[in-house]
Design a protein around this ligand. Structure first.
Ligand code: AMP
Length: 356
C-alpha cells in the first residue's frame, strides 16, 4: 500500500469542539494546515480558533458527507462521537483513529476485555445488567466494588462505590439502570498514564509515563516523568504499544493505569485521542502531543517523544481562571487558556506547565 503524506495547506477535519480540538487545530496551523471543526455546540473552544466550523449533530448524515468533502483527513478529539459517524466518514476520507479504536474505548466492558487481551492486568470485572449482577460481584470480588456505566462516563461521572449489599438497589438506580460493569477495588499508591503514537507506516513512539493526581475525580496535576517506576515504566510503554498496534490505529492512544502497593500495574481505561495528562508536552517535550496527532492524521513521520525537562502540569478549574494575573506574574509559568466564557465549578478552563 502506498502511504501518502498530505501536504501543508490541506485541511484537517476534527470531530469535537472542546479544548483538545482547540489545541489540535492550533498545532495543525503550526504545520501549515487548516482545521475544520465538526461539533454540535454553537460556540466552542475549538471552533473559535478554526478555519471552518460545521455546527451539526453527529447523526446528521448530510452534514457529515459535506464535511468529508471539505477535508483531507479526519481525527477526533472526543471519544463519544457515535461510531456510525466515523464509519461513514472513513469511507470518504482517511479516519485516524479508526472507528474500531473509537468503539473499543466507548464501552468499558469491550475496552477492559481488549486491554486484557493485549497483556494488561485489570481489576476483576464483570458485566452488570441488573441488581443481581451487582450482588454477585460484591460476593465474588469482596467489598468495596465500583460500579461504572459502560458508556458515557467521564471524570468520575457515571460511577459509584458500593460497600454493602444494602447499597445495591440505590446504586443501580443512581446509574439510571444503564448497562454497567462492576470492578473490584484497586488499592493503588499512584495513578499513571502513557500516551503512545502510531503513524501510517506503523511506527510507534511513546511519551514517558507520567503520574496523575486527581481531586474529586478530576485530574488536578500531572508530574512528568513519573518518579521511580523502575521496570514498570518499560512494561507500561510496551503494553501501550501492543494496544495501539492491536487496534491497527493511526493516531494517539492514552492509557491510564494504577500502580499497586506491591508494585504491579493495573490498567484502568484508554482514550484514542490527545489526553489531559499529555498537556505538559506542549512546553516540555520535543514534540507536543497535538502536533504528534496532526502528524499521524496527515501521514507525516512521528516527531521525537523525548522529554526536554522534568515538568508539572496543573489544571485550572472553574473560577480559578480568574487568577490568571497571579499565574502570569511567575515568568516560568506557561499558561494555556481555552477561551471558555462560563467558569462552572470543576470545569476545565485551562492549564499551566512549569519545569520541576
Ligand atoms: P475512571 O472514570 O474509570 O477513570 O475512574 C475515575 C477515578 O476513580 C480513577 O482515576 C480512580 O481514582 C478511581 N477508580 C476507578 N476505578 C477504580 C478501581 N477499580 N479501584 C479503585 N479506584 C478506582
Amino acid at each position: 500500500m502506498v502511504h501518502q503524506m498530505i501536504p501543508p495547506g490541506s485541511i484537517l477535519g476534527i470531530l469535537g469542539g472542546g479544548q483538545l480540538g482547540r489545541m489540535t487545530a492550533l498545532a495543525a496551523a503550526n504545520l501549515g494546515y487548516r482545521a475544520h471543526i465538526f461539533a454540535p455546540e454553537k460556540d466552542s473552544p475549538a471552533s473559535n480558533v478554526a478555519w471552518r466550523f460545521t455546527c451539526a449533530d453527529y447523526n446528521d448524515q448530510q452534514a457529515l458527507e459535506a464535511f468529508a468533502a471539505n477535508v483531507d483527513s479526519i481525527t477526533v478529539e472526543f471519544e463519544n462521537v457515535p461510531e456510525a459517524a466515523l464509519t461513514l466518514l472513513a469511507e470518504l476520507k482517511p479516519a485516524r483513529p479508526n472507528s474500531r479504536a473509537l468503539a473499543t474505548a466507548q464501552d468499558r466492558l469491550v475496552e477492559k476485555k481488549y486491554l486484557e487481551s493485549v497483556g494488561f492486568k485489570a481489576a476483576p470485572f464483570q458485566a452488570v445488567d441488573g441488581p443481581e449482577d451487582i450482588s454477585k460481584a460484591l460476593e465474588v470480588f469482596g467489598s468495596p466494588i465500583i460500579l461504572k456505566t459502560r458508556r458515557f462516563g467521564y471524570d468520575g461521572k457515571g460511577q459509584v462505590k458500593i460497600t454493602s449489599s444494602s447499597d445495591v438497589k440505590a446504586a443501580w438506580a443512581e446509574l439510571g439502570q444503564s448497562p454497567s460493569i462492576a470492578e473490584g477495588f484497586v488499592n493503588f499508591t499512584r495513578e499513571i498514564s502513557v500516551i503512545t503514537a502510531r503513524d501510517i507506516m506503523g511506527k510507534i513512539k511513546s511519551y514517558p509515563a507520567v503520574e496523575n493526581r486527581h481531586e474529586n475525580h478530576i485530574l488536578r496535576q500531572t508530574i512528568a516523568p513519573a518518579a521511580e517506576l523502575g521496570k514498570l515504566a518499560e512494561e507500561a510503554e510496551y503494553l501501550a504499544s501492543q494496544a495501539i498496534k492491536g487496534l491497527d490505529m493511526v493516531g494517539l492512544l492514552a492509557i491510564e493505569m494504577f500502580v499497586t502497593d506491591d508494585h504491579q500495574l493495573i490498567v484502568n481505561e484508554m482514550a484514542p485521542r490527545p489526553h489531559n495528562s499529555g498537556h505538559w508536552t506542549m512546553d516540555f517535550a520535543a514534540t507536543c502531543q497535538f502536533e504528534q496527532l496532526v502528524r499521524c492524521a496527515m501521514g507525516l513521520p512521528l516527531g521525537s517523544t523525548q522529554i526536554l525537562r522534568p515538568a508539572e502540569m496543573t489544571n485550572i478549574l472553574g473560577d480559578e481562571v480568574n487568577e490568571w494575573p497571579k499565574l502570569l506574574a511567575d515568568p516560568n509559568v506557561h499558561l494555556h487558556l481555552y477561551g471558555k466564557a462560563e467558569a462552572r465549578t470543576g470545569r476545565k478552563m485551562g492549564h499551566w506547565n512549569k519545569a520541576q
